[in-house]
Design a protein around this ligand. Structure first.
Ligand code: PEP
Ligand code: MN
Length: 348
């Protein structure tokens, strides 16, 4: 089971809880978040298979301790991410120079920019076009997770510096990927929203490290991950006490070779049933084909996505990465009024 401590719980409250658990032969797994502390309780009497009466009695005992806000049973591998744990939708708040951007609120958030940061001129041109089209967040990879070690791996630290420059020049918040535990601090210093990519969705140490960073996290779905596996990955972040998680559907691998991935539209309304976390779509990785990106973007918004992640490039043909799925700046500008029309039709 999971014990969620109150925001104002003290160290004494936590010590008392730990003492009660130890007395019963149970092991507490304490995650101290920026906002609150969450304690996972590990032991025979606390899990899904525990004798019902004993677990109920323990739950009631723990719920009565000072400093404890709630005690949640875990029956399916994730709990904090579930609708049962929280009925109201989570709003993820990303701070940007131009103010707070809210994911999971009434509006549909546009995140646009190049797949990879390549140069100052490329990034600034993309960022200015992104903002002109209505984006509030700039996406761009400084550290790129490449399938092949021979493809472009990103500019690294120099790419982060260019993102910071584009952020200051445009007021857009920055969404960028973090690939490893060792670079979480460095990337967090630049990112307003930390991206965990498809290849790292199930990397537990990285999920815990981004959770502890205190930054909001955009968690992409692995291309062969089920929705429950993805929610369990989100649970790793939530269990650190960081509740600011956005789920990003970026397509899954199917038998279809004509598209890079198949964007799972079902996932959007299904996640809305199963979870309170905001859901966004990435039609760029989701299709792999520029000609399909517009239609799939509109479909994602129509299905209830809280935001869209779009790859755009001033010269897609010359892009060092993912040019085939990147929209040119004019195509992006033409798509945005359609996105607004669909959002408006849904009352957003
Ligand atoms: C990307 O956003 O450019 C990317 C690498 O995405 P994914 O992790 O979904 O493949
Ligand atoms: Mn890409």
């Amino acid at each position: 089971m999971i014990v969620v401590m109150r925001v104002d719980a003290t160290d004494d409250h936590l010590d008392q809880l730990v003492h009660v658990l130890h007395e019963r032969g149970l092991t507490p797994h304490i995650s101290r978040g920026v906002e609150r502390t969450v304690v996972g309780v590990v032991g025979a009497a606390s899990g899904a298979g525990a004798a019902g009466g004993f677990a109920l009695e323990l739950g009631a005992l723990l719920a009565g301790l000072s400093g404890v806000e709630s005690v949640l049973p875990v029956t399916k591998g994730y709990r904090l991410a579930s609708r049962e744990a929280q009925a109201r939708p989570t709003q993820v708040r990303v701070s940007t120079p131009a103010g707070e951007v809210c994911l999971g609120g009434p509006g549909v958030v546009i995140m646009a920019g190049p797949c990879a940061v390549e140069s100052e001129a490329q990034l600034l041109a993309a960022a200015r076009a992104a903002r002109a089209g209505g984006a509030t967040l700039l996406r761009g990879g400084a550290y790129k997770p490449s399938t092949s070690p021979y493809s472009f791996r990103g500019l690294g630290e120099a790419g982060l510096a260019l993102l910071a420059q584009a952020r200051a020049a445009t007021g857009l918040g920055v969404v960028t990927e973090v690939l490893s535990v060792e670079t979480v601090a460095q990337v967090s210093a630049c990112a307003d929203l930390l991206q965990v990519g498809a290849r790292n969705m199930a990397n537990a140490p990285l999920l815990e490290a981004v959770g502890r960073s205190g930054k909001p996290v955009l968690l992409k779905r692995g291309w062969a991950a089920t929705i429950e596996e993805w929610l369990q990955a989100a649970e790793y972040i939530l269990a650190t006490g960081n509740g600011q998680v956005v789920l990003c559907e970026r397509g899954i691998r199917t038998f279809e070779p004509l598209t890079r991935n198949t964007l799972d539209i079902n996932a959007i309304p299904l996640l809305k049933e199963l979870s309170h976390l905001p859901v966004v779509v990435d039609p760029s990785q989701g299709t792999g084909r520029r000609s399909l990106v517009g239609a799939v973007t509109l479909a994602g918004v129509a299905a209830g996505a809280d935001g869209v992640l779009l790859e755009i490039h001033p010269e897609p043909e010359a892009a060092l990465k993912d040019g085939a799925q990147s929209l040119g700046l004019a195509a992006y500008a033409a798509l945005m009024p359609q996105v607004r029309a669909v959002a408006l039709a849904l009352g957003r």
